[in-house]
Design a protein around this ligand. Structure first.
Ligand code: PMP
Length: 378
């Protein structure tokens, strides 16, 4: 008997079910009493009145969508303003805004890794960097996590263009890349450094200027940074920051920039409002880091195995994928939303709860969080 075209999908679904790895969508209610440590709103800005007003004003002025690619009709004054202010804030010559951080990573990696080039990629990198490597014409060599010596070895023998790509802060465990060492390795071997600062912008560096700024790499001619507008800046979208010639190259060659509709004006307006707020209230960045450290200390004090946070992500180990799912569900029932990471999102097979230490959490809320985590622990 011939099978129907998608029958093979059912076998995969059954395998996921057997392994306790089924994923599904659950709409988030607009109004809720849940304490949210699952999202990435590190600075608590997504519902800030200035941010929502920025989005609304932009939509009224420019419309609900960008109407076309950035190179056709999709660039507004707002996009240009956001690019100027983002570049200036992080200390880079130029910036290019794209419709997501995912698209920004694909753009940066593919445009900077032509035929014959080498990409050295950290084993813990985010999926969007991995996909950038897969799409690029260059050859990728994956090196062990946070290992500059391995990166040096990989870059050592290569002739021709080369880049090292890494998350600045790894999204699940919240640990930081050894940027100073990695930058030194890149310089030694004449390679560029592409840094995904999705979790560093708004949290690391003076006033939240990001990981590159903190490591003294802001404005470096051999450093390119990608960011998302969807975490600290409480909006949606992404950007690439770097030397003007790199940004010009992306405008002319990066397919996820050229063939994608521009970022919606509302998202540009929200991100710009959030960025201006952060410039006025730089203490938000330090507070996010302080909350993360406090949360980590409280959890370790209760006997949990957690990773010391370098930014605003706190990762707590769970005994198994199934236990992680139940733990997260029990937290939710007790009024606390937490992230739950299982394979294949975590290639090492270790499941965790992922907590985001928002700058706007009070000490009382932190104590509540730890009480719920302890009470519901498997
Ligand atoms: N890089 C990292 C490290 C991320 O965590 C994410 C978002 N999960 C992205 C890139 C993608 O950003 P966006 O959600 O804006 O597409």
């Amino acid at each position: 008997m011939t099978s129907a075209p998608f029958d093979w999908i059912d076998e995969q679904a059954r395998a996921r079910e057997r392994a306790g790895l089924v994923r599904g969508l659950r709409p988030r209610p607009a109004e809720t009493t849940l304490l949210d440590l699952a999202g990435n709103d590190y600075l608590g800005l997504t519902r800030h009145p200035e941010v929502t007003a920025g989005a609304a004003a932009a939509a009224r002025r420019w419309g609900g969508g960008a109407t076309g690619s950035r190179l056709v009709t999709g660039s507004t004054e707002l996009h240009a303003e956001l690019e100027r202010e983002l570049a200036a804030f992080c200390g880079f010559e130029s910036a290019l805004v794209l419709s997501s951080g995912y698209a920004a990573n694909l753009a940066a990696v593919t445009a900077l890794a032509p035929h014959g080039s080498l990409i050295v990629s950290d084993a813990g990198n985010h999926a969007s960097l991995i996909d950038g490597c897969r799409l690029a014409r260059g050859t990728t060599q994956v090196v062990p996590h946070a290992d500059p010596a391995a990166a040096r070895k990989a870059l050592g023998t290569h002739e021709g263009p080369a880049i090292a790509v890494t998350d600045s802060v790894f999204s699940v465990d919240g640990d930081a890349a050894p940027l100073a060492e990695l930058a030194a390795v890149c310089r030694e071997s004449g390679a560029g450094l592409v840094l995904d600062d999705a979790h560093g912008l708004g949290v690391l560096g003076a006033g939240g200027r990001g990981a590159a700024h903190a490591a003294g790499l802001a404005g470096a001619p051999d450093t390119v940074v990608t960011v998302t507008l969807s975490k600290s800046l409480g909006s949606q979208g992404g950007a690439v920051l770097g030397p003007a010639r790199v940004i010009d190259h992306l405008v002319n060659t990066a397919r996820t920039f050229i063939f994608d509709t521009g970022l919606a004006p509302a998202s540009a307006g929200a991100a710009l409002a959030a960025l201006r707020l952060l410039c006025r209230e730089p203490e938000r960045a330090a507070r996010a880091r302080e909350v993360a450290t406090r949360l980590y200390e409280l959890l370790v004090g209760e006997g949990f195995s957690a990773v010391r946070p370098d930014a605003a992500v706190v990762s707590v180990r769970a005994p198994s994928p199934g236990a992680a799912v139940h733990w997260a569900a029990d937290c939710r029932s007790a009024g606390l939303a937490v992230g739950c990471f299982r394979p294949p999102s975590v290639p090492d097979g270790v499941s965790r709860l992922r907590l985001t230490a928002r700058a706007d959490l009070s000490d009382t809320q932190l104590a509540e969080v730890v009480a719920v985590i302890s009470r519901t622990a498997p």
